[in-house]
Design a protein around this ligand. Structure first.
Ligand code: GLN
Length: 240
């Protein structure tokens, strides 16, 4: 591998992979290849040291027990935190957004410390948020709509250092109003799908952050059609 290879760490897919979130790493890898940029996916499983030398870290969602094991492992093996401190790109999905915050309180009312990567706290909501989500990007961060599927008990409150990723039109996201978080090069969302195949403009944003290369759009008619159908379906629900 040459030095210019983009290294994508797929973090704890054995614990945080319930919803096919490993697909986010596959999308990054594929979209880099389509741009002629070499890349590799490095899976880091439970019990293994977390490297601090990767360019992009992808963390998925999972149940409360798996999430608690994951946060303990990541606190004991702080490679991800070291990488984030030097500006590596990090994507966190659902359990990911909760783990990255200062602390999270589970549905059983037990509070665990997070990794302190983003200015947020998470707590258990009164009901489970399940279903399709449609949200408008915040701060012109990316084009079009954000769509995805959510399934979580937790809710997340952002502090002043973290910006929302999007504003919720349909669904719950963090709290019924905003969805996800962005702090530096750390981007979090509650959305599965996985989120990057459904929102490739976010995949390209992460690649641009990691490489410093301004990407031109890819011409993929099937992806464009799928996104249009998803947005239309979610929009019809919003109008209902
Ligand atoms: N266990 C967390 C919750 O229920 C995260 C769920 C998930 O990652 N989908 O809120």
């Amino acid at each position: 591998m040459s030095d210019s290879t983009v290294r994508i760490a797929l973090v704890l897919p054995d614990l945080l992979g319930t919803y096919g979130d490993f697909g986010n790493a596959v999308v990054l890898d594929k979209r880099l290849a389509w741009r002629g940029i070499s890349s590799e996916i490095i899976s880091v499983n439970f019990g293994e040291a977390v490297p601090d030398s990767c360019d992009i870290y992808v963390v998925g969602g999972g149940e409360d027990t798996a999430q608690t094991l994951a946060v303990r492992h990541l606190r004991d093996n702080p490679g991800l935190q070291r990488a984030a401190a030097r500006g590596a790109v990090v994507l966190g999905v659902c359990a990911g957004i909760q783990i990255f915050g200062e602390k999270f309180t589970r549905a059983d009312d037990v509070t665990h410390p997070g990794l302190g990567l983003i200015d947020s706290v998470s707590y258990a909501g009164g009901s489970r948020a399940i279903g399709e989500v449609l949200a408008k990007p915040a701060n012109g961060l990316f084009e079009g709509f954000l769509t995805g599927f959510e399934n979580h008990q937790g809710r997340t409150e952002l502090g002043p250092a973290a910006q929302p990723l999007a504003h919720v039109t349909v669904g719950t996201g963090n709290d019924g109003k905003v969805e996800g978080a962005v702090q530096g090069k750390i981007l979090c969302t509650y959305l599965h799908g996985p989120v990057l195949p459904r929102n490739p403009q976010i995949a390209d944003l992460l690649i641009e952050w990691a490489t410093g290369v301004k990407l031109s759009p890819l011409d993929l008619p099937a992806v464009t059609r799928l996104r249009a159908e998803r947005s239309k379906a979610a929009g019809q629900r919003a109008d209902a």
